[in-house]
Design a protein around this ligand. Structure first.
Ligand SMILES: *Cc1c(COP(=O)(O)O)cnc(C)c1O
Length: 364
């Protein structure tokens, strides 16, 4: 054995087995490493609209507050929920992680989720060595199989739902969730990931937070607010659980520049701008769906309440490559068997939607 190989072998003996075996999260940035300038990036569900911010606070010798009051109050006002019901996190991804670390004992507990959905529930469980159970949704309409969930709750501590769902774009039925919250009361935490909720605000479940003590909602500034680069998210739940989660979160999760910009993004003027941007994206989506429905290469467009669409093609591999050659980067979903020949396409600017359509029209 050469020296290099021996070194790797020695190091691998120290690393935990679940990490050695981990299939890590395939982020859009990892999957597409080329320069993204002058490319049409429709692969990460980011906002195509740029808002400019700069940080005013240049004094950084002191640690920030663990939970900056000012930001809590701004977010509280925006969602019309008491600031005691809010925990600020480094993006929704940190929320997913903190909740698992707070409630799950790797010896006994499991989490449950319903593929196809956001992959970080699986990745986080693998990293923390927590078992997971997958209940597959019904393929033709991606509906959650609640009956099957209810029959498989042994040792389940947390159920993660994404609403509206990534990558399918569909929404949960509120009555199903309320029934499940009743059914799992005092036993199981139900997490609703509302990363895309600004695109369909009537679907939010936050008004149930003070009614069901086992409900936790996740939010982020990464999608509708156009601040994926900021890394700021929120956990919303009852004040007792917030206190528990505070024990687990890092002592200083939110840096002072992040705090400063998040507060600006949540002022009245910028919330109006965000809401207008949401309307623009939804209009672009309507236009694009109408046009794509007339393209021969498109087999099906799934109903979406978000800023992206899941599209089934006759041959998605060819489409992906042609788009790629034309500098349009979308997200391939073929790796999941239930999503064969599907691409997930983020809704871009009107110009970007038009470019996408012209290319698909040519192929057709
Ligand atoms: C993008 C996304 C996240 C991650 O949000 P961050 O705040 O950027 O960490 C979480 N959940 C879903 C469903 C997402 O699509």
């Amino acid at each position: 054995m050469n020296q290099q190989k021996q070194k790797i072998k020695n190091i691998n003996q120290i690393v935990k087995n679940n990490i050695l075996n981990l299939i890590p999260y395939q982020s859009a940035r990892l999957l597409y490493k080329n320069n993204i300038n002058n490319k049409i990036m429709l692969n990460a569900n980011e906002s195509p609209i740029i808002s400019l911010f700069s940080t005013n606070n240049k004094i950084l010798n002191r640690y920030p507050e663990q939970q900056p009051k000012k930001l809590l109050n701004f977010y509280s006002k925006y969602i019309n929920l008491n600031n005691k019901n809010i925990l600020i996190t480094r993006g929704a991804d940190e929320g997913i992680d903190i909740i698992m670390r707070t409630f799950c004992d790797q010896k006994y507990d499991k989490i449950l989720f319903c593929p196809p959905t956001y992959d970080m529930y699986r990745v986080t469980a693998n990293i923390l060595n927590i078992k997971y159970l997958m209940i597959f949704s019904i393929k033709n309409n991606w509906k959650i199989n609640f009956n099957k969930i209810k029959k498989n709750l042994k040792n389940v501590k947390i159920i993660y739902f994404c609403n509206p769902n990534n990558p399918t774009g569909n929404t949960l039925n509120k009555n199903d969730i309320i029934q499940l919250l009743e059914f799992t009361k005092n036993k199981i935490i139900i997490v609703i990931d509302e990363a895309y909720i600004e695109f369909c605000l009537d679907q939010t479940m936050i008004y149930l937070i003070n009614k069901y003590e086992n409900l936790i909602v996740l939010r982020t500034l990464s999608k509708a607010f156009g601040l994926a680069g900021l890394r700021c998210g929120f956990i919303l739940t009852n004040k007792y659980l917030i206190k528990i989660l505070l024990k687990v979160i890092a002592p200083y999760p939110i840096s002072i520049p992040v705090l400063d910009i998040a507060v600006q993004a949540l002022n009245t003027k910028n919330i109006i701008i965000m809401n207008n941007n949401v309307k623009t994206i939804i209009n672009n989506k309507k236009w694009l769906i109408e046009k794509l429905n007339n393209c021969n290469c498109v087999k099906k467009i799934f109903v979406s309440k978000t800023n992206f669409i899941l599209v089934k093609f006759n041959n998605s591999k060819i489409i992906f490559d042609i788009l790629n050659k034309n500098n349009i980067i979308v997200r391939d979903q073929n790796h999941e068997k239930i999503l064969d020949n599907c691409l997930r396409i983020t809704i871009g600017t009107f110009y970007e939607c038009k470019k996408l359509f012209y290319i698909l029209q040519k192929i057709s």
